[in-house]
Structures are given as structure tokens and as C-alpha cells.
Design a protein around this ligand. Structure first.
Ligand code: HEC
Ligand code: HEC
Length: 246
């Protein structure tokens, strides 16, 4: 419809919402939630609760990993192998394009989603099921469950980001982390360990790249936000086989 009518339509919709909202039965005072303590004013949105609760923890360092299941792949997850499994078992509900068909399924092509989830948490959902999501432990072995999960998480990764990330890595990071990602400088993590990647979200790792930590320099002044995500997408592929690897 022409934009003028569309505008009128939305304004009317807004008015109806306000009027109806205003007439709704007000909640009794007693049921009002307790005041939020300062520092926790931003509550996690319900759909992200498991991941966010684990990321945010309850304050001090160390507690944040407490809610992450202690599971890790025995070998590198292979997204290419996961593709077969996905098409056969998961696409009916999650969509061949990963955008989700059945209500409640996430959009795997949304970078925000992929950046904020903790793979170990999602692995548990695949293993045990959740709501309308079936359990797969009786049907798929552990490695197959990791492979299919990394295929799902691969939807939002772009081949050009991996290529660009590799250049950035060679120029800025390899001196301490090694061309092979295993780490040279003392204290640098082993990027080829899948466990390193499944127990935290990409957003957690991004934070350290941005702000630095100990002997790890901060990169916010040197690399753009886009470049920091590109290099992170690249170093993550030390820990799994992406279908987008150039
Ligand atoms: C019958 C439909 C259906 C099938 C088949 C299915 N899923 Fe799901 N899946 C769902 C629904 C619905 C949810 C949302 C569950 C919830 O949050 O209550 C979900 C959630 C998930 C989640 C967690 C998402 C999150 O952010 O918490 C993962 C991971 C997942 N599915 C992977 C798979 C994999 C891998 C397969 C195939 C091996 C598969 N699913 C097959 C319906 C399905
Ligand atoms: C001067 C050496 C040095 C350089 C250069 C360097 N790093 Fe690091 N990096 C480290 C050290 C040391 C650690 C371990 C920090 C710690 O845990 O105390 C680390 C940790 C990390 C981590 C793990 C973060 C976490 O969550 O624990 C990531 C990811 C990372 N570096 C990425 C990069 C990237 C990307 C670059 C290049 C843009 C880079 N590093 C450049 C030394 C370096």
C-alpha cells in the first residue's frame, strides 16, 4: 500500500494498542517485581537466558563457567559432515536455509545469534532435547552431534570474512599465537582445542580481543569492529572444519 496509508495504518494500530493497553486489568501492587539491584538493570531476554546467564555469571570471575556443561568434542567438529546429518534430520523443523520453520527454532543465519550462544549449552539441547525439540542421543553419536551443531553455527559465517581474517591474523596475531594457532607466547590459549571454543561464546572472546587481557593487547584502537569479528571467525576455524574455508 502507498506509504501515506501505511503510516496512517500504523498510527491507528498504535492508538488501538495504547487504548486497549490502558484498559487492561492493572496488576495488583503486591505482584510488582522487587526493585532491580543497581548493576542488574538490564535483564537478559527470555530466549537468551541459558547462554546469557552463563556469560554474565553472578558477579565474580570464575562463576560464569559454572552453568556451562563440561562437554567437549573428542576431535575437531566437521561442519561438512554435519551438513548431511542436518538435511536428513533437522531441516524439516530448522529449515534447509537454517532460518527456522517450526515455532521456537532460532535463525542460524543471524550473526547475533551465533555470536552469543555457548556451543556446549546447545550440544546439551541436541543430546537431551527441549520442548518440541527431540533428543538425539539415541540416534546420533557424540561426534555426529558436534558435527551437526557446527554446521548450524556455520550458517552465519562468510567466506570473505575468513579470508580477510586470515590476513589480519598473519599480520597481527601469529607472532604470539603461532601460524598454526597453537600458541607461542606463554599463557596464550591453544586455538586448535575444540574445548576452548565450545565452553564460551564468540562474544566472550570478542570482548578480550577488543579490551585485551594480561599480555594480550587490546585491538579496539587498531582494528575496526568488523575486522575484529573477521579475525575471530578465522581463528575459530582452528577449532572446527568450516564449510566456508577458502
Ligand atoms: C520436530 C522439530 C525439530 C527437529 C526435527 C529438530 N529440531 Fe532442533 N529445535 C526444535 C525446536 C522447536 C527448538 C526450540 C526448543 C525450545 O527452545 O523450546 C529447537 C532447538 C534446537 C536447538 C537449541 C537452540 C537454542 O538456541 O536453544 C538446537 C541446537 C537444535 N534445535 C538443533 C537441532 C539439530 C542438530 C537437529 C537435528 C539433528 C534438530 N534440532 C532437529 C525443533 C526441532
Ligand atoms: C603480544 C602477544 C599477543 C598478540 C600480538 C596477540 N595476542 Fe591474543 N593473547 C595473548 C596472550 C598472552 C593471551 C592469554 C591472555 C590471558 O588469558 O591472560 C591471549 C589471548 C587471546 C584470546 C583468548 C581470549 C579469552 O577469551 O581468553 C584470543 C581470542 C586472542 N588472544 C586473539 C588474538 C587476536 C585475534 C590477535 C590479533 C589481532 C591477538 N590475539 C594478538 C597474546 C597475544
Amino acid at each position: 500500500m502507498p506509504s501515506r496509508y501505511r503510516a496512517i495504518f500504523f498510527v491507528s494500530l498504535l492508538l488501538v494498542t495504547i487504548v486497549v493497553g490502558g484498559c487492561a486489568d492493572p496488576r495488583p501492587i503486591k505482584q510488582l517485581p522487587a526493585p532491580t539491584p543497581i548493576g542488574r538493570l538490564v535483564e537478559p531476554t527470555p530466549t537468551l537466558v541459558p547462554a546469557l546467564a552463563a556469560v554474565m555469571g553472578e558477579g565474580e570471575e570464575g562463576t560464569s563457567t559454572a552453568e556451562v556443561p563440561a562437554v567437549a568434542p573428542a576431535q575437531l567438529p566437521d561442519a561438512g559432515a554435519g551438513q548431511q546429518i542436518f538435511v536428513q534430520n533437522c531441516a524439516a523443523c530448522h529449515g534447509e536455509d537454517g532460518k527456522g520453520i517450526v515455532q521456537g527454532t532460532p535463525d542460524y543465519t543471524d550473526p547475533e545469534y551465533v555470536r552469543n550462544v555457548i556451543p556446549a549449552v546447545l550440544f546439551e539441547v541436541i543430546t537431551k532435547g527441549k520442548g518440541a525439540m527431540p533428543a538425539w542421543e539415541g540416534t546420533l553419536d557424540e561426534q555426529q552431534r558436534w558435527d551437526v551443531l557446527f554446521y548450524e553455527l556455520d550458517f552465519g559465517i562468510k567466506e570473505e570474512d575468513l579470508a580477510k581474517g586470515q590476513d589480519i591474523y598473519t599480520q597481527n596475531c601469529a607472532v604470539c599465537h603461532g601460524e598454526d594457532g597453537k600458541g607461542i607466547v606463554q599463557g596464550s590459549p591453544d586455538f586448535t582445542s575444540p574445548e576452548f571454543w565450545v565452553k564460551a561464546s564468540m562474544a566472550d572472546r570478542f570482548e578480550v580481543i577488543t579490551k585485551g587481557k594480561g599480555a594480550m593487547p587490546a585491538w579496539e584502537g587498531t582494528l575496526s569492529e568488523e575486522d575484529r569479528w573477521a579475525v575471530l571467525s578465522y581463528i575459530r576455524t582452528f577449532g572446527y572444519k568450516s564449510v566456508h574455508q577458502p
